[in-house]
Design a protein around this ligand. Structure first.
Ligand code: ADP
Length: 331
């Protein structure tokens, strides 16, 4: 993707975001529970409990944070763990919040330790201690905060320290979407994009979308481009699959990263077990990218296994890549 097309992609992504819980497809349990939390807060005329959302990227955590703010009729402030490296960064954000504001902290597991500790008190007592001065003369000045709702998002709930996790009144874990649910996401997006797609065309795109709405919308845009260039009026299964083959998305939805992880596992490490960081080096990616972007989907698809001794290729991984496992591997 060229850098000039990125802002347009982002504008389109924002335009496709559902604005309320009603339009938010799937995740029924989380949606119902959240709706109850928000309704109770409205009846009590209080800010909602803090909400933690976990799950792989692109499943709707940011979208839900925006919906929470909209449903509470409250402004939304967006920041992220990596942007908060010092307690002072967090203090600056917290002290400028207005009453009832929703603060969305993406990748909350990547916040620095001192900031995290400041957040405990802010979440519980709506108060922070600002340290003024240095060394022996340093004093903590308490600062009252207006009540606010924190919405934290993480791709790795297991990495959050217990005391932080415990301070969220509600935790929702987002699951991968079914093909049917992704079809609903795509139908809505196609309507907003004024794009003609038949039923089989939607199924084809949905089944290649790795259970992820962000990917479904992205693939739909690629199919749209392809149809435009090839002057195709209505997208069907054949045109969708031709377009997506071109973008290296295979029939099962595996993209280049997924396939290179599996193929390294099979061809360089004889199917494993191999440690995560070694595997990441072999495919030239960050450990976290392999762990949070590729692995959850590969595990769900039964292609990759996590064992105490490392990652292993499952029998289906070999057949999907058209490879034969070495003799004795699955005996
Ligand atoms: P995350 O924050 O989990 O990475 P986002 O909330 O940014 O994911 O969602 C990515 C895109 O996918 C959004 O632009 C939105 O249009 C779409 N999307 C996510 N979840 C849903 C959903 N449940 N229904 C419809 N569209 C969704």
């Amino acid at each position: 993707m060229s850098s000039t097309s990125e802002p347009e992609e982002r504008v389109l992504e924002a335009a496709l975001r559902p604005k309320n819980l009603h339009d938010f497809v799937g995740q029924q349990r989380v949606r119902e529970q959240l709706s109850l939390v928000l309704e109770a807060a409205r009846i009590r005329e209080r800010t909602s409990d803090h909400v933690l959302l976990s799950g792989p990227p692109g499943l709707g955590k940011t979208t839900l944070a925006m919906i929470i703010a909209a449903e509470m009729n409250a402004p939304l402030r967006i920041s992220s763990g990596p942007a908060i490296q010092h307690a002072g960064d967090l203090a600056a954000i917290l002290s400028s919040l207005t009453e009832g504001e929703v603060l969305f902290l993406d990748e909350i597991h990547r916040m620095s330790r001192p900031a995290e500790e400041m957040l405990y008190m802010a979440m519980e007592d709506f108060r922070v201690d600002i340290v003024v001065g240095k060394g022996a003369g340093a004093t903590a000045v308490p600062l009252e905060l207006p009540p606010f709702t924190l919405v934290g998002a993480t791709t790795r709930a297991g990495l959050l320290p217990g005391p932080l996790r415990d301070r969220f009144g509600f935790t929702g874990h987002l699951e991968f979407y079914s093909v049917d649910e992704l079809e609903l996401v795509l139908r809505r997006s196609a309507m907003l994009m004024d794009l003609k797609v038949n039923s089989a065309g939607f199924t084809e795109v949905a089944s290649r979308s790795r259970g992820t709405p962000r990917i479904a919308n992205r693939l739909l845009r690629r199919v749209r481009d392809w149809a435009l260039v090839h002057q195709i009026e209505q997208i069907d299964a054949r045109s969708a699959s031709q377009a997506l083959e071109m973008y290296e998305v295979d029939a099962r939805g595996l993209d280049r990263l997924d396939r290179s992880v599996l193929s390294a596992l099979c061809t360089k490490f004889g199917g494993g077990p191999v440690g995560l960081s070694t595997l990441a080096i072999a495919v030239g990616e960050e450990t976290e990218t392999v762990e949070t972007v590729a692995e959850p989907f590969l595990v769900r698809e039964g292609l990759l296994g996590r064992t105490p001794r490392g990652r292993i290729a499952m029998p289906e991984a070999w057949s999907h890549l058209g490879l034969t496992p070495p003799a004795g591997v699955f005996d």
